[in-house]
Write a protein that binds this ligand. Sequence first.
Ligand code: NDP
Ligand code: MG
Ligand code: MG
Length: 331
Amino acid sequence: MAKMFYNEDADLNLLKGKKIAIIGYGSQGHAHALNLKDSGLDVVVGLYEKSKSRERAETAGLKVMSVEDAAEAANVIMMLIPDEKQSKVYKESIEKHLKEGDALAFAHGFNIHFHQIVPPKYVDVFMVAPKGPGHLVRRVYEEGKGVPDLVAVYQNFTGKAFDTALAYAKGIGGTRAGVIETTFKEETETDLFGEQAVLCGGVTELMKAGFETLVEAGYQPEIAYFECINEMKLIIDLIYEGGFSKMRYSISDTAEFGDYVTGKRIITEETRKEMKNVLSEIQNGEFAKKWLLENQVGRPSFNAIREREANSKVEQVGNHLRSMMAWLKKD
Ligand code: NDP
Ligand code: MG
Ligand code: MG
């Protein structure tokens, strides 16, 4: 079993008297900045001149500086801008402001693990990665709860990198829920694999394939949507609450029998083999290279696929049906 760390294992005093720069004020950035500030720590936000986020950060009572000034002023610099932009911003505005004993921190291991950012030897490098979206990191903190964090140390110059990372996790509320120690390698590879093979790529393609199979066979698209897309959340909620057994307890025995005999015909040996290939391409850096090159040339494939997906039949049917569900927030 993984060793877990909770509030009593972490000492916020390690960050008292230090200045923490949060670079970026998006999903994770706003949550880290506000939670750390509410935990009594000294926070500044680093943003570029014309950033759309600037006003929101200032309205929330935070001090906003340029990325350069924030990096210069701070002892702990947390990188919370999009992963594909980090290495350029690091090289241009952060590297030269790192002083001996400073800490450079991340919420995802991508840039360190794939050597897009190579920090000097005289700083600590750690990761505090919340296992949840930024907006929840903020919301549950305000409710006195927390989102669990993964914590890792890549470079321990001061000898206190792990304890500083734990203190940071406490500051954003993570030690209320539990913190697990990992490595940059493990976090990066498992995170990329999970989102590609299961959570995002795997799930959406499975739902779309089911929806299209029914529609092509002549069934009403709205029925196909309710069956293959909408009901997914209800099933996942049961799994989240009580594992596969709670879900199987709640569904009919007919559904449970179908689950057992059909699941393996869908996720076949071939699918499992392909999952291993996906994992290898993550491990050997092929995926990272593809994504970095895609960004360098202005995201042609990404933009084309994004548009095609947004206009797909399953999305059109879903948009219509969801517009009738008054309780779904529109934003
Ligand atoms: P977002 O896309 O939400 O954040 C973007 C923020 O960065 C905005 O405030 C944006 O400003 C600012 N920004 C963009 N470019 C620059 C720049 N050149 N200089 C300064 N600021 C800039 O990022 P996320 O919060 O999604 O991701 C941040 C990190 O957290 C990533 O490493 C990600 O992997 C990790 N992470 C994210 C999770 C999530 O919930 N999204 C979960 C766990 C980890 P503007 O508003 O002007 O565009
Ligand atoms: Mg990810
Ligand atoms: Mg059914």
